[in-house]
Design a protein around this ligand. Structure first.
Ligand code: PPE
Length: 309
């Protein structure tokens, strides 16, 4: 991975290589951590973090869902992140806040293990590649079903839950595909290993609802709003597996991936990205980079400290 100079760890800026943790940290053993994936983009007005507050709110909620309290407020984390971007002299970058139960005690009810919090920021290109973003990727429906609300909390972005995504992604990649699409426990379309899914049929844009064990994606929400603002009909409804094959267009959305067209599902060709995908992808790109006046409120601009300040 590409590195940066410093990482914010429990309130301090420490050199990248020194941002380490004890091997008996609770989170390493049981996956007791919550995290976020956020992107910052270079804009005409300097670096801007996309929907920063929504991401940090989701982090706080993920923590609360697993019964732990972050020792830092959203505002403290936001300021720490701005300072981190400045200190690392980053423009476009990926931001990874993580809060995990640290070293103190093992066992499952280890409330005396502290909650450690880090924020890292570093350069990271689009997750499924530039080529994939332009011409679409090849997806495969996973043999692994997505985690269900019966056992875990799909709405939380929790570290341990990602073992499910790792299984799906590994299976798809080993079989020569770019990404996995997971079904929920009832066989309905849920989401990608790290993205939400959209299906376009007869001009209507559909995406699985909250009941389909999805993460409530911030890019998903942005895309729904953009699509509606552009006059498209967007339906949140159950999607059958076969609709992935019968679709006019399919695309995935996520912070790391942004908006990625899907050109093939389970060896059924969908072809080059369709018009609706293209139009929404372009608008999202404008919003991310501060070129869409109507979505400027989604950007949290990082003040540059001038030499005189
Ligand atoms: N579903 C899952 C399971 C998921 O991990 C993500 C984000 C999304 C949907 C889309 O959510 P949002 O980013 O708010 O639009 N995945 C993050 C982590 C990916 C990774 O490989 O790590 C991300 O995109 O940053």
């Amino acid at each position: 991975m590409e590195t940066a100079d410093t990482i914010w760890q429990n309130g301090e800026f420490v050199p990248w290589d020194e941002a380490t943790t004890h091997v008996l940290s609770h989170g390493l053993h049981y996956g007791t951590g919550v995290f976020e994936g956020i992107r910052c983009y270079e804009t005409e007005r300097g670096p801007a973090v996309f929907r920063h507050r929504e991401h940090l709110d989701r982090l706080q909620k993920s923590a609360e869902l697993y019964y732990f309290q972050l020792p830092y407020s959203t505002e403290q984390l936001r300021e720490a992140t701005h300072e981190l971007i400045r200190r690392n002299e980053l423009g476009s970058c990926y931001i990874r806040p993580l809060a995990y139960r640290g070293y103190g005690n093992l066992g499952l009810y280890a409330t005396d293990a502290p909650i450690d919090v880090i924020v890292a920021a570093f350069p990271w290109g689009v997750y499924l590649g530039e080529e994939g973003q332009r011409h679409g990727i090849r997806a495969r429906v996973s043999s692994w079903r997505t985690i269900s609300g019966d056992s875990l909390i799909p709405h939380a972005k929790a570290a341990g839950q990602y073992l499910n995504s790792v299984l799906a992604k590994t299976e798809a990649t080993n079989a020569g595909y770019d990404e996995a699409i997971l079904l929920d426990q009832y066989g309905r379309v849920s989401e990608g290993s790290g993205e939400n899914v959209f299906v376009v049929r007869d001009g209507t844009i559909c995406t699985p609802p909250h009941t389909a064990a999805i993460l409530d994606g911030i890019t998903r929400n942005s895309v729904v709003q953009i699509a509606r603002d552009l006059g498209y009909t967007v339906e949140e409804r159950d999607i059958a597996r076969a609709e992935l094959y019968l679709a006019d267009e399919v695309f995935l959305t996520g912070t790391a991936a942004e908006l990625v067209p899907v050109r093939e599902v389970d060896d059924h060709p969908l072809g080059e990205p369709g018009e609706i995908t293209r139009v929404i992808q372009a608008k999202l790109d404008d919003a991310l980079h501060g070129r869409a006046e109507e979505y400027l409120e989604w950007l949290d601009f990082v003040e540059r400290i001038t030499a005189a300040a």
